[in-house]
Design a protein around this ligand. Structure first.
Ligand SMILES: CC(O)(O)CCCCCNCCCN
Ligand SMILES: [Zn+2]
Length: 667
């Protein structure tokens, strides 16, 4: 299934008609440069073009009041003076004779996108719209927004398509207060927003944008705010919040549909955000959401005012929606102190609502005086570096790397009598390994590798790994007689001269404890076995008391440990090993394969035991990029699992900074 793209140049036909410093950044070129970039890169041709439509009154009234709509309806006939007068009643927004028409098209575009995705016409999609929507409220325009496009889309998805749970992810750098107000008492819509806040000093300067606004009444826990109290946030800060807050909660929420308030003013170079995350981060943010809701994801443009980073970020997002390999995020740094403090505050306030966060460090015992002193200290430090004097130095960043699709997506290495799953190509050709490697293979591993087909298997694996390295092949799955022996052979003999860092993810209890101390491989083993302490930095046994069948425990391990480790380690290849009898469910297995594609440009080699072939179907489906089916409602985790994982994370974070979730300050 394809990716929808909704765009119409009509939405470029309104602009600021008078002087207003607060609004001058919201220009028509935002839309045209974004679309032109998609055309120039060939991405628009690969999308399913879906036309926008005007939202109907009834649809707008799903969120807005009659009197507000009636007022906006009058603007096309207003004189310039009337338009200015009408505008004065709202903040940081402007009206234009054509903005009502464009606002209906923007909202209608979001609805067209929801229809296309919910009816299965496409898998996912993006709507390039203006005016944006997430600040507009029931009876007020705000922050360049007239109608709340995404809020209307969420209500519409529930009413028309029977969606029961809708997740709204707002990665725009401003707080979408309009969305928060709309759903704060509604447990069927989970609103997540991060936003520049600076302790309420940044627009819209609302007390209710802070982390302790968790929703009201039955909606408590279904509003998640992550305030950024400093500028300059980077890729690692964004990924930490996704791994340690949004994704665990989103998986527990188990939405039927994901809507993204896709604002790109959170990217480097934007005058509003003043952040430092690079455009390719949106490839990963999009990817990390694509296995929720069976892949049903609708991204609707909100902000983004640096035309260069906006266009690049839009392309990164659409290219990921199309299923292309992800860019490698090089040299991630540690989340900064301020981000860690926000992370800790959010997790501690949300832990009472989300069992998956149950064991987050509890800093509810806020020592206000300490915090006040520290804040005062921070303020005076900040005063010294008087922000306004700080030169708005031109930010520069590298153009995102090209993301080439390999000619062959997925291959299989199978015994001759095993059927090749549809969609996969059977790797027949096997490189002549030469006597040295053959002898190493023979004497290293088990007896049956010694026989002809054993060596043939390994020579095919070598070929496969080599072709992944040259990006001729995306990923692959191999059935081998004995996975434990095969892993050792692959890592020690085949990868050693082909790949610099191999992330080995082992699901099940096989003894794999030969992690090299030199960091050439990182082994994360998830099993039900209570392992002795981990050996060194590069062998991390994760024990799930209820075994790998425990969905919540597994999700906690994936997001709390595996993904942050993987991002920090930045492997050139992922080796995913399925040990027979691990008990991991097919859905979880497919989710895992889907998520691990975010590493090593999607070069994953799955090793399974020949007698485990029953799982070949789901494995092939996930390797081919089909969205993993939603996990069934997540059950509450056994207390000890969560606690054990938290303790393990705290122990490991000295070595692995992406595992940190607490700052030195209490919040
Ligand atoms: C969609 C959006 O969230 O990007 C809209 C942001 C509105 C910002 C209003 N203040 C602007 C102050 C100018 N320095
Ligand atoms: Zn914004």
């Amino acid at each position: 299934m394809g990716t929808a793209l909704i765009y119409d140049e009509e939405m470029t036909k309104y602009k600021l008609l008078w002087v207003d410093p607060a609004c001058k950044i919201e220009v028509p070129e935002r839309l045209s440069v974004s679309y032109e970039a998609l055309v120039r890169t060939g991405l628009s041709d690969r999308c399913v073009s879906v036309p926008p439509r005007e939202a109907l009154d009834a649809e707008i009234l799903l969120v807005h009041s009659e009197e507000y709509l009636e007022g906006v309806k009058k603007t096309p006939h207003m004189t310039l003076e009337d338009l200015k007068e009408f505008t004065l009643q709202y903040g940081d927004v402007y009206f234009h004779p054509n903005i009502y028409h464009c606002a209906k098209l923007a909202a209608g575009s979001a609805l067209q996108l929801v229809d296309s995705v919910m009816t299965g016409k496409v898998r996912n999609g993006m709507a390039l719209v203006r005016p944006p929507g997430h600040h507009s409220m029931r009876s007020a325009a705000s922050g360049f927004c007239v109608f709340n496009n995404v809020a209307i889309a969420a209500r519409y998805a529930k009413q028309k398509h029977g969606a029961e749970r809708v997740l709204i992810v707002d990665w725009d750098i401003h707080h979408g207060q309009g969305v928060q107000y709309c759903f704060e008492d509604d447990p069927s819509v989970l609103y997540f927003s991060w936003h520049r806040y600076e302790h309420q000093k940044f627009w819209p300067n609302l007390r209710e944008s802070d982390y302790d606004s968790v929703g009201k009444g039955s909606g408590a826990g279904f509003n998640v705010n992550v305030p950024w109290n400093e500028v300059g946030m980077e890729n690692s800060d964004y990924l930490s919040v996704f791994c340690h807050v949004l994704l665990p909660v989103a998986y527990e929420f188990c939405p039927d549909l994901v809507l993204v308030c896709a604002g790109f003013d959170s990217a480097i170079g934007d005058p509003e955000g003043e952040m430092c995350a690079t455009p390719d981060i949106f490839a990963h943010l999009t990817h990390l959401l694509m296995n929720l809701a069976g892949g049903k994801l609708c991204a609707v443009l909100e902000g983004g005012y640096n035309l260069t980073s906006l266009a690049q970020s839009v392309c990164q997002t659409v290219q990921t929606l199309l299923g292309d390999p992800l860019p490698q995020l090089a040299n991630l740094r540690s989340p900064c102190e301020s981000a860690l403090e926000s992370l800790q505050c959010v997790r501690s306030v949300q832990r009472q609502y989300w069992s998956i966060l149950k064991h987050a460090a509890d800093s509810a015992t806020t020592d206000v005086s300490t915090k006040r002193i520290k804040l005062a200290k921070a303020e005076e430090e900040k005063a010294e570096t008087a922000e306004d004097e700080r030169s708005q130095e031109e930010k520069v960043w590298p153009e995102p790397a090209e993301r080439l699709r390999p000619p062959v997506c997925s291959v299989s290495v199978l015994p001759d009598d095993a059927a090749c799953p549809d969609g996969l190509k059977r790797l027949a050709s096997s490189k002549d390994l030469g006597p040295l490697l053959v002898s190493r293979i023979r004497n290293r591993s088990m007896e049956d590798a010694g026989d002809a087909d054993g060596v043939a298997t390994f020579s095919r694996l070598y070929t496969l790994i080599e072709k992944m390295r040259t990006n001729e092949i995306g990923n692959g799955v191999a059935l081998v007689p004995d996975v434990a022996a095969a892993v050792e052979c692959v890592v020690r003999d085949l990868c050693s001269d082909l790949v610099s860092r191999v992330l080995v993810v082992c699901v099940g209890k096989e003894e794999l404890n030969y992690a090299t101390a030199d960091g050439k491989m990182l082994v994360v083993q998830i099993s039900g076995e209570d392992k002795e302490e981990q050996k060194g930095k590069y062998y991390i046994p994760v024990c799930l008391k209820k075994g790998c069948g425990d969905t919540v425990g597994f999700i906690q391990a994936v997001f709390g440990l595996l993904l942050p480790l993987g991002y920090e380690y930045d492997p050139g290849l992922v080796l995913l090993v399925r040990v027979p009898g691990s008990g991991v469910g097919d859905c979880m297995w497919q989710q895992l394969i889907g998520l691990l594609k975010g590493f090593a440009k999607g070069h994953t080699l799955v090793l399974m035991q020949t007698n485990d072939g029953a799982c070949m179907g789901p494995t092939a489906s996930a390797l081919l990029g089909h969205p993993a089916p939603p996990l069934q409602e997540l059950l509450t985790p056994l207390p000890d699992d969560g606690g054990a994982l938290e303790r393990m994370r705290e122990r490991l974070q000295a070595d692995w900074k992406m595992l940190q979730t607490t700052g030195e300050w209490v919040c």
